[in-house]
Write a protein that binds this ligand. Structure first.
Ligand SMILES: NC(=O)c1ccc[n+]([C@@H]2O[C@H](COP(=O)([O-])OP(=O)(O)OC[C@H]3O[C@@H](n4cnc5c(N)ncnc54)[C@H](O)[C@@H]3O)[C@@H](O)[C@H]2O)c1
Length: 317
């Protein structure tokens, strides 16, 4: 099947870079989000990315204009009616993604393929909210999609062979190296990163219970990701980079999938998300990004977190 017109649902940090990739590969892209200011920010980010390509000499100013002319933004789901392929990249929440898929199912042509960029929620779970589970799949771009060329692709229990084959060839066409997840479980990286119960990956719990310190976590060797890649960021930087809200959504999806005996989000994690301290995207998480918005300064931890974790002599924890 030919994929010329693409819809992106959710223009946060990942959706915006996914839209840029499709535009760079010649597609017409309609980006849908819930509010105009978010869409304006996404448009400006995409334009900035293209401008950097002009500066590097990768494209001409005229090519940049032509690329921007293929981008539409909208708050109306009806504007996605005639797209061939959708990538949903809204917040990591099962109920939200199911409601978005139900809405897309009602609004889009029966031929449209609906994919999710979810880090952790099985596509079969989301596709159950539609009448076209055979035309649903997972297309998990890594963030930032403009730089990270690995992609996890998953087929659901009912995904058709046509959609699965198109997905794999599209991933390659977009310059990705597809990693096939054929049993529709949480992607490789996030299977391990979401673990929040001791002893596996229980850094959240260790911090909350005073068994380690922010400084000790910062000093731990970075090692390799579960996929075998050398880690560039320390554990806390990684949480901040991905977003603490997304990481909480991943942990909650793991509880739904495997039960609390396997993983359980730590109260410290919830407190930080409730405070809106989500990491780089809100300027504060484990680290304070007020001086350096995209890069953690080692040792410059959130003063709120430092205060919250401070030992109280009257209590054990
Ligand atoms: N952050 C990462 O490193 C990363 C990497 C790979 C995949 N993902 C996945 O990508 C998805 C998005 O993550 P993100 O980091 O971009 O989150 P984000 O919080 O930056 O962006 C989410 C966007 O979804 C929008 N949204 C919420 N409800 C919506 C609705 N009903 N319709 C349309 N848009 C809606 C929000 O307004 C926001 O702009 C998640 O599923 C996440 O698991 C994230």
């Amino acid at each position: 099947m030919k994929v010329k017109n693409v819809g992106i649902v959710g223009s946060g940090q990942v959706g915006t870079t996914i839209a840029t990739v499709w535009l760079n590969y010649g597609r017409s892209v309609t980006v849908r989000d819930v509010a105009e200011p978010v869409l304006q920010k996404a448009r400006a980010t995409i334009e900035g990315s293209l401008e950097r390509r002009v500066t590097r000499g990768d494209i001409t100013p005229a090519q940049k204009e032509e690329t921007m002319s293929r981008l539409k933004t909208t708050t109306k789901v009806a504007d996605l009616k005639n797209v061939d392929w959708v990538v949903e990249a809204a917040s990591e929440n099962i109920a939200l993604k199911k409601s978005i898929f139900a809405e897309l199912d009602a609004a889009c042509s029966p031929k449209t393929v609906l994919t999710t960029n979810s880090s952790s929620i099985p596509i079969s779970t989301i596709a159950a909210a539609t009448k076209r589970p055979d035309r649903c799949a997972k297309m998990h771009f890594w963030y930032p999609a403009t730089a990270m060329t690995y992609m996890e692709i998953s087929r659901g229990y009912l995904t058709s062979d046509e959609v699965w084959e198109t997905l794999e060839s599209l991933a390659k066409e977009l310059g990705r190296k597809p990693i096939r997840i054929v049993k529709d479980y949480q992607g490789l990286g996030n299977q391990y990163r979401q673990m929040e119960i001791p002893p596996r990956g229980g850094v959240w719990w260790e911090l909350m219970m005073g068994k380690t310190t922010l400084e000790e976590v910062e000093a731990r060797p970075k090692g390799k990701t579960p996929e075998g890649f050398a880690q560039v960021l320390n554990w806390m930087e990684m949480q901040d980079f991905i977003g603490l809200d997304t990481m909480l959504g991943i942990a909650e999806a793991a509880v739904q999938e495997w039960g609390a005996a396997q993983s359980y989000p730590c109260p410290l994690h919830r407190r930080m998300v409730e405070a809106g301290h989500l990491g780089q995207k809100t300027g504060i998480g484990f680290y304070d990004y007020s001086e350096s918005p995209r890069k953690a300064i080692m040792g410059k931890f959130s003063p709120y977190l430092v205060k919250f974790l401070a030992k109280d002599p009257e209590f054990v924890t």
